[in-house]
Design a protein around this ligand. Structure first.
Ligand SMILES: [Mn+2]
Length: 314
């Protein structure tokens, strides 16, 4: 198999929510040897380090409906620049969070590089589709997906250039279970595509695979966003908001493998893995699962088994 060129970008941002620990996510992935492990299964990885984020103790929250907006926008602009140049140079972008608000810069950078010809497969227990007017918490990590599609606060919508970064018909939201009413209203009003956890369990993965195929047939490029809280806490205890009814290991790893093996000309341009909280992890297993899923979404095979076999040669 030919080598996959990829850029690794860490974004230790934790200003999008009140969640001590997600800021050390990128370095915890490195501690878990993400570079060696991905290199070992066919990646050529260029680790660009972390984007600098100002500590919240040195910031004023500002507008209570959009706390830490200025720093979140600044960090996302810096991330968008890096992702845009990575995508333009033909490298896969691997973005490690940080809270989920970094998806705003990641998708915006990819979208600008690809002139908006981009789909988004978004795994999350939550909608992340509130606006500053509807949010019950005012946490920006619950707003950026609406912003990408052109809804909500102008400062968020216009990161990395004015206007919509993701056409609303190019979103596939998977695994939702904890919705706010305003998000359900937005999905209904705008006819967004969501395949909830309930859908996974009542209709099965076969129906979801059809939606993935539909998206892949309509867009030439796809970005993957993986909030670790979409996965059951048995397998991903180190998520910012652990989930007792998330996707199983069999479900998420099968979906990742399927996406990574899509052949009809669609290009998986990058992935963000977010809301990793090492303080809540058990024996680094959430980081290890994150590494496995990154490899699989990008068309390679890394797993406990492949790692075992690599280290047990005669
Ligand atoms: Mn999220």
């Amino acid at each position: 198999m030919s080598k996959t060129q990829a850029t690794l970008i860490g974004v230790p941002l934790d200003l999008g929510a009140e969640n001590l620990g997600v800021d050390i996510g990128p370095d915890a992935f490195r501690h878990q040897q993400i570079t060696d492990k991905l290199t070992g299964v066919g990646f050529e990885l260029n680790d660009e380090g972390n984007i600098a984020v100002t500590d919240r103790r040195n910031l004023q929250p500002g507008n209570p409906r959009l706390p830490y907006l200025d720093e979140i926008v600044r960090v996302n602009e810096a991330l968008a620049d890096k992702v845009e140049s990575s995508v333009r140079s033909g490298q896969k972008a691997i973005v490690l969070g940080g809270d989920h608000s970094i998806n705003l810069g990641a998708v915006s950078g990819a979208s600008v590089a690809l002139h908006g010809q981009l789909g988004l497969i978004y795994f999350d227990a939550h909608g992340d589709m509130n606006t500053d007017e509807t949010s019950l918490t005012a946490n920006i990590h619950g707003m950026h997906l609406a912003s990408l599609m052109g809804f909500g606060a102008p400062a968020l919508k216009n990161v990395h250039g004015e206007g919509t970064k993701l056409a609303k018909e190019n979103l596939l939201h998977i695994g939702g279970s904890d919705w706010d009413q305003a998000e359900l209203d937005l999905i209904a009003r705008e006819n967004l595509t969501s395949f909830s956890l309930f859908d996974v369990l009542t209709k099965g993965l076969g129906e979801l695979i059809k939606l993935i195929d539909d998206l892949a047939a309509r867009v030439p490029n796809i970005w993957i966003s993986l909030d670790l809280d979409s996965i059951d806490q048995i397998y991903a205890p180190g998520a910012g908001m652990p989930n007792a009814k998330g996707l199983s290991y069999r479900e998420i790893s099968t979906l990742a493998e399927y996406v990574g093996q899509l052949h009809n000309g669609v290009n998986i341009v990058g992935i963000d893995v977010v809301e990793y909280n090492p303080l809540q992890d058990e024996k680094n297993k959430t980081a290890e699962l994150g590494i496995e899923l990154i490899a699989k979404f990008l068309g390679h095979n890394y797993s406990w088994y492949s790692n075992y076999m690599a280290h047990n040669k005669p």
